[in-house]
Design a protein around this ligand. Structure first.
Ligand SMILES: Cc1cc2nc3c(=O)[nH]c(=O)nc-3n(C[C@H](O)[C@H](O)[C@H](O)COP(=O)(O)O)c2cc1C
Length: 328
């Protein structure tokens, strides 16, 4: 039994033991990672942005073959072609998915469709404006993402600037996201009104994540100042969007030689070419110039010292938070 402050009401809504979510990460958070997180008492999320319905079905069936715990499917409506998005949602309804996590522009119609079909909706937002829109749409919980976050970054405000502002008016529970990699960070987010945390970078660097080993090792070696918020990785994404990545030759050179060879692949993932400046991060099995790809990473990386199992990550977070809360 941990400190009572670590058992927050949202764990009842999510049906998990501990207030720790694994962020939906396209390509990286597949069924193995999501199930490992859920089986260890956290809440797993399968990142299925722009995946075909057949693949979603396959991942969900594989998840259910190794876990009977609740989990979410993560989609990004604004980054998905309308026809595919409609098919993805229909597939999730058919699969009787209980929770969806959405990100980027708030899509009220999709929220309504999910809720009408008994799905609980969690929206990740990066501003007060989007939080208001998500609440108007009727979401069940919000993830507040700070600018410290790895991957695509929606807003411009630090987590600790935004969190109390949104907590002040939110009628639904809040989950904090961006730069949290320790139990102490979790307690700090709770002190500002969050009931749970959602971590990406921390779970990317686990044995079960589908990220390329090079990416995991780079995170373990990095500190906050090695990350940068930039617009250098934009291909294969429908709108200009900021991403937080590890600095590399792409982010550090204004006139990178790849700019003159945009149509020459720099690598391959599962038989498909990877082009320079692509938003696709390298996954297990990728080959080529991995170091020049999008190596997403949040500012909490300095505390990620080892590649662990997801269960060890959750155990360590809970113990660190418990130790801090019981320090006197
Ligand atoms: C590798 C990677 C991929 C991501 N892909 C997605 C995604 O597909 N959908 C999504 O909603 N958020 C995605 N995110 C953002 C996360 O939801 C979350 O906001 C972020 O990881 C939190 O910051 P942290 O990495 O510092 O923990 C991604 C983050 C990372 C690190």
């Amino acid at each position: 039994m941990y400190h009572p402050a670590l058992y927050t009401p949202i764990t009842d809504i999510l049906g998990c033991q501990f207030p720790i979510l694994c962020a939906g990460m396209g390509g990286v958070a597949r069924y193995q990672l999501a199930a490992s997180v859920s089986n260890a008492g956290g809440f797993g999320c399968i990142g299925m942005v722009r995946e075909q319905p057949e693949f979603i079905r396959k991942e969900v069936n594989l998840y259910r073959s190794i876990s009977n715990k609740p989990f979410a499917i993560n989609l990004i409506p604004a980054a998905t072609e309308a026809r595919l998005l409609a098919m993805q949602i229909a597939e999730c309804i058919a699969l009787k998915i209980n929770y969806m996590v959405f990100f980027w522009d708030v899509d009220k119609e999709i929220v309504k469709q999910c809720r009408d079909n008994g799905i609980q909706v969690i929206y990740q937002v990066g501003s007060k404006r989007d939080a208001v829109l998500a609440l108007e749409a009727g979401v069940d919980a919000l993830i507040v993402q700070g600018v410290e976050a790895g991957g695509h970054v929606r807003g411009e405000t630090s987590l600790f600037g935004l969190l109390p502002e949104i907590c002040a008016f939110s009628s639904v529970p809040i989950i904090a996201s961006g730069g949290i990699t320790t139990g102490e960070g979790m307690v700090a987010a709770f002190a500002l009104g969050a009931q749970a945390i959602s971590c990406g970078t921390l779970f990317l660097a686990t044995e079960e994540s589908n990220a390329h080993y090079f990416h995991k090792e780079k995170i373990v070696a990095a500190e906050a100042s090695n990350t940068v918020l930039c617009y250098n990785f934009y291909r294969n994404w429908p709108m200009p969007a900021a991403v937080r990545v590890l600095k590399n030759d792409i982010t550090e050179s204004i006139n990178h030689p790849y700019k003159s060879h945009l149509n020459n692949p720099i690598g391959e993932q599962d038989g498909a070419p990877i082009y320079p400046f692509s938003t696709d991060s390298p996954l297990d099995g990728a080959v080529g110039d991995i170091a020049s790809m999008a190596l997403y990473c949040g500012q909490g990386c300095g505390s990620v010292k080892h590649i662990k199992t997801a269960a060890t990550v959750i155990n360590d977070l809970m113990q660190e938070a418990d130790r801090y809360l019981n320090r006197f």
